[in-house]
Ligand binder design. Structure first.
Ligand code: GFB
Length: 398
């Protein structure tokens, strides 16, 4: 009897696997029977694109490592890019990751799915989360001067949104407020408290720390975040037509990431004025006699940018910045334009970034992947006056 039961069970499992396998039509697939579990996450709403990319990596590594240890039924749900504070042209749009990144490349590293795939795999088209964990920081990270990894379900209420990226058909059974400090894999302890859950979500996914910051695994994950091929094509065409280079490692232009707007307002002491910026670019160009072209990536207003451009062209430097066509803006939005700027910056002979901007960090990583020498990458704009701390160098591990 035991053997027969075993054979029957095995046949059932294989039927389900077949039913929900890679080649199955997702609308026919009964997710509830397939044993797949979904991990959703979201990030503090005011956080921008490039911190979100880092939070993605923490979760992707958590899931990829878990897969290696047998937790192969968990999938990470990619939260759509929705109403990001800085992306004014994309209001109300739920942008899937495939618009900005190559999904196959992401999937080659971690078991990820787009939100629309989850809906397609759910017959009722309603996603009911079993538990939403709203993460919060402990008031005091250092108890008696020591940082220990810990979590605690809080009794009180915590701030959270149940809007779920504007979807009306995502609901939640239970919400738990959790004070959390430590590495991301510690979240498995929370998940294991409710072993029957098949859909869990973490709000404030930026609170848990990387398990493996800067290691080979970190870089393998980072390398898998390949930009959407169509965006790469647009950037390459721009570099070829305006910056006169056909290679991934150009020799003939300098690039600058000049972060302004809210960053300049909140970090006035760290960010140079327009003429302070020009002075520093010129100082660097003096050391690079073969370079006469400058590319500026920025979120500055047109009037600020025009001033900067004029000051550079007045002294003989060809100055460029990427102006998207309405078609590109409509198709890819502010996120796509940010990526094009990042690609152009990453291929320059020399790069100067904005101190502590995650937009700059992601360009530096891209340059590490391309194999540029560190001293052409880890350079920063300094404030007009006062100290100018050296930028940290996060070099690649292959
Ligand atoms: O990526 P991001 O969060 O880096 O920057 P920081 C925010 C957004 O600004 C990006 C736009 O998603 C872009 O939409 N942006 C910034 C740019 N620089 C450029 C650029 O050179 N080109 C283009 N096309 N767009 C932090 C935020 O920003 O700044 C925090 O994450 C907070 O939420 C803080 O706002 C002050 O790390 O620079």
């Amino acid at each position: 009897v035991l053997v027969t039961n075993f054979i029957l069970a095995a046949a059932q499992i294989s039927a389900v696997t077949e039913y929900c396998g890679v080649n199955s039509k997702s609308s026919d697939c009964k997710l509830e029977d397939s044993g797949i579990k979904y991990l959703f996450y979201d990030v503090n709403p005011p956080e921008g694109f490039n911190l979100r990319r880092d939070v993605y990596m923490r979760f992707a590594i958590m899931l990829s490592e878990a897969h290696k240890r047998g937790k192969s039924n968990w999938k990470l749900v990619l939260p759509p890019w929705y109403n990001l504070y800085h992306w004014k042209s994309d209001r109300g749009v739920k942008k899937p990751w495939s618009k900005l990144f190559e999904l196959d490349a992401l999937k080659s590293f971690a078991p990820v799915v787009e939100m629309h795939e989850v809906f397609n795999n759910t017959k009722s088209k309603v996603v009911e989360l079993d538990t939403l964990y709203v993460l919060e920081n402990f008031e005091d990270a250092f108890e008696n001067g020591v940082f220990t990894e810990k979590w605690e379900i809080s009794r009180g209420t915590c701030e959270h949104s149940t809007k779920f990226w504007g979807y009306k058909n995502i609901t939640v059974k239970e919400i738990l407020c959790v004070k959390f400090q430590g590495k991301i894999s510690k979240l498995w302890e929370l998940i294991s408290q409710h072993p029957h859950d098949t859909k869990v979500m973490f709000a404030h996914g930026e609170i848990p720390l990387h398990d493996t910051y800067g290691t080979k695994t970190y870089w393998d994950c980072r390398k898998s975040m390949k930009f959407n091929k169509k965006l790469v094509k647009i950037a390459k065409k721009y570099i070829s037509e305006h910056l006169n280079c056909e290679s991934k490692k150009c020799k003939n232009y300098l690039s600058v990431h000049w972060r302004r707007q809210d960053f300049a307002r909140s970090r006035g002491n760290e960010v140079p004025s327009i003429s302070g910026t020009v002075k520093q670019i010129l100082k660097t160009l003096k050391k690079l006699p073969d370079i006469t072209t400058v590319f500026i990536a920025t979120d500055a207003s047109m009037s600020e940018l025009n001033k900067l451009e004029k000051e550079l062209t007045d002294v003989g430097y060809e100055t460029h910045f990427f102006l998207p066509s309405p078609t590109i803006t409509d198709e890819y939005g502010d996120g796509g334009i940010a990526i094009i700027d990042q690609i152009v910056c990453s291929r320059a002979a020399y790069f100067i970034g904005t101190h502590e901007s995650t937009f700059t960090y992601r360009i530096q990583e891209e340059r590490e992947i391309l194999g540029f020498k560190s001293d052409t990458t880890f350079n920063r704009l300094c404030p007009d006056t006062g100290l100018c701390e050296e930028p940290s160098k996060w070099t690649i591990i292959n």
